[in-house]
Design a protein around this ligand. Sequence first.
Ligand SMILES: Nc1nc2c(c(=O)[nH]1)N[C@H]1C(S)=C(S)[C@@H](COP(=O)(O)O)O[C@H]1N2
Ligand SMILES: [Mo]
Length: 332
Amino acid sequence: MLIKSAADIKSSEITSHSAYLNRRKFMQNSGVALAAMGLASTAGALETHAGKQPKFGPDWLKQQVAGATETHFGKDEKLTPYRDVTSYNNFYEFGTGKDDPARNAGSLITDPWSVTIEGECEKQGTFNLEDILKSMPLEERIYRLRCVEAWSMVIPWIGFPLAELLKRFKPLSTAKYVEFTTLEAPKQMIGQRSRFSTIDWPYVEALRIDEAMNPLTLMAVGLYGEILPKQNGAPIRLVVPWKYGFKSIKSIVRIRLTAKKPKTTWEQLAANEYGFYANVNPKVDHPRWTQASERRITTGGLFSRNRIETQMFNGYPEVSSLYTNMDLRKNY
Ligand SMILES: Nc1nc2c(c(=O)[nH]1)N[C@H]1C(S)=C(S)[C@@H](COP(=O)(O)O)O[C@H]1N2
Ligand SMILES: [Mo]
């Protein structure tokens, strides 16, 4: 067993995120020793990211994110480097190029932030982010993110199960779907000002209520131990790891429980290409390309063309019971 101690790490390697990676490796390799010492393994964020949080964003959120608990999710995965996670993005509100969000999202105002929760639930209203996160335990979960464009990443998110939030609002039996809406603010979002945009803003996504309540479905407020960078959907976004990335809607301002199936942005744009379910499925190709394999963006940066086989439900078979008796070819 090779244990790389902090002393072995060359100072040139110690940028915040390589330190995070090295610390993870260290934690993994020395897991037995830590267990023997009776130490709880915490997210590791605190040690490696103290003071490395973005300049924007409230202190209470940074502190809460840094204190997230580590979980078993994705422990054996090789993480996509922070630089790639935060510079190769899809966030059309800030442009359609992969590097546009990182360049343009600085104008997004994320604090104060409020989220409206309404529709088929007993409790409703508009709440400050701080009130939503109050007494909400945060966890770190390493999930695969598979974009419908056939590239993928492995990202250490910080967040909480969406189910924990929805339960507090007491969904009625009439609530069959959950609809999410991104901020609409053309003054802050250059992509919403574009006359060439074919998207009817704001961006809307939705899940069936049982998908929303599934324990894998996460509301993320951070990644790599930090609060979410703006290009990744600050201050709060959805992460549904067994579905194509476009379901994981960013910068959410409204959550509505509905009786009827909501019309989602991508379905409206091209229903034959982007279905409501959008479950990752290597057997159902996109009309214009194969979904059988994907380019995994791992260490080595964007130019390491790492082709791997795509897994059913992106490798989360525990969700298959949500779709028994459903033809996933028709319900793509
Ligand atoms: N509001 C909004 N949410 C969005 C998008 C978007 O354009 N606007 N793009 C989606 C797509 S296609 C993907 S693959 C993921 C990318 O998330 P990431 O940039 O954090 O990797 O965000 C999703 N959420
Ligand atoms: Mo995507």
